[in-house]
Design a protein around this ligand. Structure first.
Ligand code: ADP
Length: 461
């Protein structure tokens, strides 16, 4: 295999060491898929308590993929969480993650890792780009290194009071509207957006959406300025782990040729959550963080309509207390809903596999994994056409693989459910949609190919 570029990733969480969300999945899976295409990845990440006491400074995960831990016991190992607990973010997050970024660059130098590309992720990694591109003593060691920032969710930006700016060790000239200044405060993500040579986000539609004020979280202006450097690359899913023909947590296994076995999983799920076991009832699943992003309010408004449609809905969710309470109140009088307020990876698998359809009515969705996972299990997605949902689910045309609605309204959601239900009643049509989803390519191989193309373009620019 031709030797590919060397990439240094600066990322604040990575599977299997630390995780609060999809970022960790990407950081764990992308380097492996890149390695298969000849890329050497050195990933730098904090050594939190959950990483364990192992003294080794680096771990070789697989050929072409090494994880280097950044140590600062007081900042990382001594804390129970990654970014903050129930009381909010840790107050010294600027100190913690500016240290992390500076130290990642020092480690590269110390270890003689001269990357062709520095690929930073989200606000926690963004400063590594600022230091490399604009640091007071631009280090000649990195003179050939190009920089890329990936935004996984624009809602999280790393905003701090202006008084903390001097701690960054950056010139005041960078505290400007073209740099890290944001309404009088310091915005770390904005620094990465301003100075990264290339910017990516996790779906083409989200890349467009964040350039308008409705989705831009106050950064749409600078994103429009950088528009020609901003692209969207869809995440993949781990197709080995999410595989209905091998999944040990299911009561039966199936694949596109043995689709009838899926009905056993459905019956078991109906029984498990306390619904009447009835193969003809349309069973919809949801597995979701309970955050305003995820559109639960539309589901709550639509609940009274489900009964008349004969739909069964099972929701597995964890997160915001007020959304939990609202869901509990709305679900209590309904015979059509079963609510599990928990984070339960195994029940999630049984829902992905056992439901007929999977609902994601998100207000916004940078990429979304649930719709891809559910398709892999022959469970047809019903989604609001936003962000990555819009890029992966198509309702009409020969490639149709699910059901979509546009307006953020419960009426539009109910109409989409009705359309899905009517196709569900026509078994051959429904099965065709199921098989299309099951055989689609959602692997990391495809995503990694797109990242590699971008890396090459930057290297040769
Ligand atoms: P986000 O990263 O915004 O939460 P994604 O759709 O990208 O949304 O990824 C969510 C992932 O977390 C999926 O793999 C989903 O199965 C999992 N997940 C979310 N909530 C739960 C839960 N309550 N129990 C188990 N898994 C969950």
């Amino acid at each position: 295999m031709a030797k590919g570029p060397t990439v240094a990733m600066v990322v604040s969480e990575v599977e299997p060491f630390s995780k609060t969300g999809g970022l960790a999945d990407v950081a764990g899976a992308l380097p492996k898929a890149l390695a298969a295409q000849g890329v050497q990845t050195h990933l730098f990440t904090p050594r939190y308590a959950c990483v364990g006491e192992k003294k080794r400074p680096s771990v070789r995960m697989s050929p072409g993929f090494t994880v280097h831990f950044i140590d600062h016991p007081q900042y990382f190992a001594a804390r129970p969480h990654l970014y903050g607990g129930a009381d909010g973010d840790y107050p010294d997050n600027l100190d913690r993650f500016s240290f992390f970024c500076r130290e990642s660059l020092s480690r590269m130098k110390k270890e003689g890792i001269r990357p062709d590309l520095l690929h930073a992720h989200d606000w926690q990694g963004a400063l590594s780009i600022v230091y490399l591109e604009k640091g007071p003593r631009r280090d000649p060691f990195f003179s050939k290194t190009k920089t890329v920032l990936t935004i996984h969710n624009l809602a999280y930006q790393g905003i701090f009071p202006k008084e903390e700016y001097p701690k960054l060790g950056l010139p005041w000239g960078l505290f400007s509207i073209e740099g890290l200044e944001f309404y009088g405060k310091v915005n770390l993500l904005k620094g990465g957006i301003a100075f990264g040579r290339a910017l990516t986000t996790v779906s083409p539609t989200y890349a467009r959406e964040i350039q308008n004020p409705d989705f831009g979280e106050g950064l749409d202006g600078i994103l429009r300025v950088r528009s020609s450097e901003l692209t969207g690359i869809l995440n993949g899913i781990d197709v080995e782990s999410w595989d209905p023909s091998k999944d040990r947590s299911l009561p039966a296994r199936f694949d596109p040729r043995r689709l009838s076995k899926k009905s056993k999983v459905k019956a078991a799920l109906q029984k498990e959550v306390g619904f009447p076991v009835d193969s003809s009832r349309f069973l919809i699943g949801m597995v979701s963080r309970l955050a305003s992003q995820k559109g639960m309010e539309l589901v709550i408004q639509a609940l009274p309509r489900l009964e008349a449609l004969g739909i069964q809905l099972v929701i597995l969710g964890s997160g915001d207390k007020p959304i939990q309470e609202a869901l509990r109140r709305a679900a209590a009088p309904s015979l059509s809903v079963r609510l599990r307020l928990a984070f339960d990876l195994n029940l999630a698998r049984r829902i992905y596999a056992g439901a007929d359809a999977f609902l994601m009515p998100s207000r916004y969705e940078p990429c979304g994994l649930g719709q891809m996972i559910s398709m892999r299990y022959g469970t047809v997605p019903i989604v609001r056409a936003t962000g990555g949902l819009n890029d992966t689910v198509r309702e009409s045309g020969p490639g149709g693989n699910g059901f979509c609605f546009g307006p953020y309204q419960s009426g539009a959601l109910v109409e989409a459910l009705k359309r899905a239900l009517s196709v569900y009643r026509e078994k051959p049509r429904w099965e065709e949609i199921q098989r299309r989803g099951m055989t689609a390519d959602f692997s990391w191989k495809r995503s990694a190919g797109e990242y590699l193309q971008l890396y090459r373009k930057l290297i040769f620019s």
